[in-house]
Design a protein around this ligand. Structure first.
Ligand SMILES: Cc1ncc(COP(=O)(O)O)c(C=O)c1O
Length: 393
């Protein structure tokens, strides 16, 4: 049988981080000792209180279909958190639950874009590897705004104006940023707000790492800027902040009209989230101390890991203000980021994600997660140092 597939879907490239993980797995199976820094999830378990709430909900039989938008107490709790912590004016009616931030982004883009009409979606790069495939899968055309390592990925009006066109509908951005660890400054948020208003664009602001910031840094929510708030869809979830990746709990916060329209797609494609998972999420909203302890642990690991990277000849790593990723530029005999990642895997037994996967600004960069056991981070540093010094003497 020769299967025929949707042309757009079958032309989406495989994920670079999955490819490196596969390679690392094969090396492990062959008996090689590999440390992986390529994963994108917290190394903590979900806080006990949230897990117990989920178990209690199952034992009480909360295992049926429920409201497609998400249970009201959870939407109310999320709206309160966004008002108090992110400065976003919203109520439960502005919240729509989705099975993960990833699906929330897909269904939002799918709802806002007319497939096949050449409608463009600007993506601030370096940007998460799934944005461009999500835009393509939704029938839009992804267009990268390439920010540069040398300027520590500072957003300028010039960079935005370079790629906007009459076909642009939406701008996708992510702060705190995966992979660079940059946060959105007040000045950059104002710049984005003016730009969106001048060009009548919507903004999709992915803030799934919003609570993982260090040294008192603030990453501004564009939706907290009153003059542009009705142009913004904020995406967030429980995966990263509350170590709940497997529960699949994401949401959008958006103007009511947008929520109602995305909700139509929600109803017909996924019905609803698990009620017991949403009850665990409701409890997780109360786990601020547990979440703060996770951030403090990431901070300690960030400090020695980034200092260790910068001590290796040819390696430059800006100190990340948020997320649990170190993003380093490596000068290594003219190798590109894929070749650097391959070299580190083969020579040092350390798996990292090649920066090219995140756009042009990732040239010669690699992403490493420091949500990794401290002993593994120290050993990875030792091995990378030795491998890189073989070339950069
Ligand atoms: C920037 C960014 N956005 C969204 C997601 C999606 O997370 P989830 O679907 O688990 O909520 C991820 C996960 O890696 C991410 O890094």
């Amino acid at each position: 049988m020769r299967y025929l597939f949707n042309r757009t879907i079958s032309s989406i490239p495989a994920s670079a981080s999955l490819a490196i993980n596969e390679k690392a797995k094969a090396m492990r199976a062959a008996g090689k000792d590999v440390i992986t820094l390529a994963a994108g999830e917290p190394d903590f378990d979900t806080p006990d209180r949230a897990r117990i709430a989920g178990i209690r909900a199952i034992s009480e039989g909360h295992t049926h279909y429920t409201e497609s938008r998400g249970i009201r107490p959870l939407r109310e709790g999320i709206a309160r958190t966004l008002r108090e912590d992110r400065g976003i004016v919203c109520t439960a009616d502005n919240i729509l639950m989705a099975p993960g931030g990833k699906y929330a982004i897909y269904e939002t883009v799918r709802t806002l874009i007319d497939p096949g009409e050449g409608q463009e979606v600007m993506i601030l790069n370096p940007g998460w590897v799934s944005y461009a495939p999500i835009v393509s899968a939704a029938g839009g055309v992804p267009v990268g705004v390439e920010l540069t390592f040398e300027e520590n990925y500072h957003i300028t009006r010039l960079a935005l104006e370079k790629v906007v066109s009459p076909r642009t509908r939406l701008l996708i951005m992510n702060y705190p940023n995966n992979p660079t660890g940059c946060v959105l400054s007040r000045e950059e948020a104002e710049c984005i707000a003016d730009f969106a208003l001048d060009h009548e664009l919507l903004i999709l602001s992915d803030e799934v790492y919003s609570t993982i910031v260090y040294d008192g840094a603030e990453s501004v929510s564009p939706a907290s800027i009153a003059r542009v708030a009705d142009h913004v869809i904020t995406v967030n979830g429980f995966s990263k902040c509350a170590a709940m990746t497997g529960w699949r709990l994401g949401y959008i916060c958006a103007p009511r009209e947008i929520v109602d329209m995305v909700q139509m797609l929600n109803q017909h494609t996924m019905s609803c989230l698990s009620e017991f998972a949403m009850e665990a999420a409701l409890e997780a909203l109360q786990c601020k101390d547990e979440m703060a302890a996770m951030v403090e642990s990431y901070r300690r690991r960030r400090d020695f890991f980034v200092a260790g990277l910068n001590a290796i000849p040819g390696v430059t790593c800006h100190v990340p203000k948020g997320t649990f990723y170190a993003w380093a530029k490596i000068e290594l005999d003219g190798k590109n980021s894929q070749e650097i990642a391959d070299y580190l895997l083969e020579e040092a037994g350390v798996a990292t994600v090649p920066g090219d996967a995140y756009g042009l600004g990732g040239t010669c960069c690699i992403r490493m997660s420091f949500a990794t056991a401290e002993s593994d981070l120290r050993e990875a540093l030792r091995r990378m140092d030795a491998a890189i010094r073989k070339i950069n003497r």
